[in-house]
Design a protein around this ligand. Structure first.
Ligand code: NDP
Length: 335
């Protein structure tokens, strides 16, 4: 069982030297446990926060332990009557090829059906990132049909689900993404009404001008994944009583400061600004996953994936995700 451990903590920017590849035997199963062979490992921005030992919403990852992470795979050995060999499951198996799971622990494993939804999508659109988009849109932005909503990192795992969910509610959905290829995909494949390439804009005023063209009626809801200049530009275009769901600020995950240029706009426009962590809202998961599964199953959401091969490629792929090198959900294929 090859595994990636967190070996040491990043000084500023994370590097491959923070990780260590090791190999170990999987222990014999005790009653109630199952052995899962992972097919895919999910790489997610929150993992960067866990590499630090400073306070963050995600608990710090202890050194010398297998990196935490979501996985999908199949049961290959079972000492639990509720799980049979061959069952396909989602869990938090970590950055390794196999995991021994106490399947009786609440939430440790979830069986999934791959008839209409490919297994890997349970780590993306029909998994944690999809529910994240759902929560921010439905519970925080809560848009009416016809309202304009904007999302940054629009072609990523969360952003692409956000687009489909917003269109399903009759909103005008506008994406912000890095580069012409991502923007073309956002409009042509994901169904966004428009997508702005933020890399073409040097400052917030230039980006705000592009937002004005893409959002002629202003912005009613904004789903924040990035922070920095993008947030400053969006704030310039928010309508009165707009709602901002603060989901992530990836532009600052390696320690970059992200000052806010015009915080007074929150007051002037009487905005609601609410941060959230999807794992604290387990009550919405069943409803959200149902809608997301239907969107994927009926082809209304066709999420894209960037797949790295083999566990040894995980650190490099993870660092790429933090730099926007991924196009859609970043995964590692393990078999
Ligand atoms: P993505 O698949 O969207 O990948 C990250 C993307 O961020 C990149 O592809 C890149 O896209 C974009 N990005 C924009 N600016 C930067 C920058 N300065 N540096 C690096 N990347 C940048 O990841 P996810 O969909 O998994 O996550 C999206 C956001 O949601 C993250 O901020 C994450 O932390 C957050 N999140 C929060 C959760 C919560 O519970 N609050 C749960 C899950 C995710 P581009 O090239 O278009 O710029």
């Amino acid at each position: 069982n090859r595994q990636i451990l967190l070996d040491n903590r990043p000084k500023a920017e994370a590097t491959v030297d923070n990780f260590k590849l090791v190999s170990s035997e999987t222990p014999a199963l005790k009653d109630g446990q199952v052995l899962v062979r992972h097919h895919f490992l999910s790489l997610d921005p929150y993992m960067r926060g866990r590499m630090n030992d400073s306070k963050s919403y995600a608990a710090s990852q202890p050194l010398g332990e297998v990196m935490i992470g979501g996985t999908v795979g199949e049961v290959v050995e079972s000492k639990n009557p509720k799980y049979a060999v061959g069952d396909q499951v989602v869990g938090m198996g970590g950055w390794q090829e196999y995991s021994v799971v106490d399947a009786e622990q609440p939430g440790a494993l979830r069986k999934v059906d791959t008839t209409h939804v490919p297994l890997s999508h349970y780590l993306g659109a029909v998994g944690m990132p999809g529910v994240t988009a759902w929560y921010g849109l439905v519970k925080i932005i809560n848009p009416k049909a016809g309202e304009t909503v904007v999302v940054s990192a629009a072609t990523g795992a969360v952003g692409s689900a956000f687009g489909a969910l917003a269109k399903a509610r009759g909103c005008r959905a506008v994406g912000i993404a890095g580069g012409p290829e991502k923007c073309k995909y956002a409009v042509e494949e994901l169904g966004f009404d428009a997508c702005i390439d933020y890399r073409l804009h040097k400052d917030m005023y230039s980006l705000a001008k592009a937002l004005k063209e893409a959002c002629p009626n202003g912005i009613d809801g904004y789903f924040e994944n990035v922070g920095g200049m993008i947030l400053d530009a969006v704030l310039l275009r928010m309508n009165a009583f707009g709602r901002i769901a603060v989901c992530g600020m990836i532009a600052g995950y390696d320690g970059q400061p992200l000052p806010l240029a015009n915080p007074a706009l929150i007051l002037v426009n009487r905005l609601k600004v609410e941060g959230f962590i999807v794992s604290e809202h387990m009550e919405v998961w069943p409803e959200a996953l149902k809608e997301l599964g239907t969107l994927v199953g009926t082809g209304k959401l066709r999420p894209r994936e960037t797949v790295a091969q083999g566990i040894a490629s995980a650190p490099e792929a993870f660092l790429g995700l933090l730099k926007g090198k991924n196009f859609g959900k970043q995964l590692v294929k393990l078999i």
